[in-house]
Design a protein around this ligand. Sequence first.
Ligand code: AHR
Length: 498
Amino acid sequence: TSAHLTLDPAFRTGTVDRRLFGSFVEHMGRSVYTGVYEPDHPSADEDGLRTDVLDLVRELGVTVVRYPGGNFVSNYRWEDGVGPRESRPSRLDLAWRSVESNAFGLNEFMTWARKAGVEPMLALNLGTRGPAEAVDLLEYTNYPSGTTLSDLRRSHGAEQPHDVRMWCLGNELDGPWQMGHKNAHEYGRVAAETARAFKRFDPGLELVACGSSNAYIDTFASWEATVLEHTYEFVDYISLHAYYDPVGCDVDSFLASAAEMDQMISAITATADHVGAKLRNKKKIKLSFDEWNVWYQSRFAGETSLDWRPAPELIEDVYDVTDAVVVGSLLVTLLRHADRVGAACQAQLANVIAPVMTRPQGPAWRQTIFHPFAQTARHARGTVLRVEPTSPVVETDRYGEVPTLWATATHDEESGDVVLFAVHRGREEALTLTAGVQAFPGARVVEHIVLHDEDTTAVNTAEQPERVRPRPVDGTKAEDGLLTVELPPVSWSMIRLT
Ligand code: AHR
């Protein structure tokens, strides 16, 4: 079987915003404690940060990290996590029914972000708290000095303001599981008033209003419409969250999860533009897909044995080859919508549904899903080219017919690199992909790497951390303006030309 597409710099979707390669650190399970922070770990630095994890985070190529939640943030008091450790309170975290020691808080996160080379993206508690506490946090975080809160930060060792640019106005407040759950009007008003105050402090801050927590919730799209009617003039982004569960659907539907992400992005773009039209406001709201991943969520829903412990093992999904191919295809979708998606965070970073796994006192390693993320973050630069492939289709229970090929490409004018990201979702046979590259005279293939395995259930573990990794493919060539690529079944590929 074969598929075809054309690469041409005349047809572009948008610019690759580096914030598309974001991630998420929540106070949940072992994400923070024994994930990024473990003072008595052999690799810990003077700040108690695991340097083995820091190395992997830099290799992953993460650009922006959302913190501190997630469901956790909706009942969080940021003041608990600053100042001398010995006087920080330990509290019950009702979101994850755990004990929070508060040994790690805002300033520790900022230190970690600096060392990891990532931009911080802070989420506010607009569940059980409101604009006043949010503005206090802003002043503590971003105001240089001379007020009680900014001087308090300085007395805590952070002399310079953190200058956080991107702020999430709460988390998933449409969800009945959320502490401080609200209806769209209630949330829209609180978000608008918080945003108004934030923009008064600094009109350049970038604010994200909460969108729906998933595409299946009853209020999907109507929530966004109402929230944006309240907040349109003050916010820059609306958030999207989606997790794709391999359990409970046919394999072909799971492999086609990117089709669902694609529809969701189109639906929310249309909703935002509808509100803009109604308000006669020419501004375009961008999308922040600030939680996305594969999550074996149905397994978690069955767990009832949560007890009140610090840093319990929570949703430590082990990802296989199929999961990694799906993650690669979700990144393709985000890039295909680069005109509207301005930020995205894979959820999460360490241990909790994460590309990086650790053992307390033990090693850190890369899950299968680490690889397509790292390669995409490294090579997707410049502009996204609009590709319109012709492809065979596969019949899925959930989405009907979907193309077996899912692809996008980027062109970096600075380096001259043209990079094709191609996922073959078919399970039976290889796909021969031809790509017209006449518009890039002299382009030659410098690299083709593939993530594929005869055993699609293969995983990486502490014992076999390199079992699944991308491999170089020899012989992929562009000749006479035509690139020809063999894509194995259930595979993710990156082909770089220059
Ligand atoms: O990432 C895990 C959880 O999923 C987050 O805390 C929440 O926002 C979402 O429901």
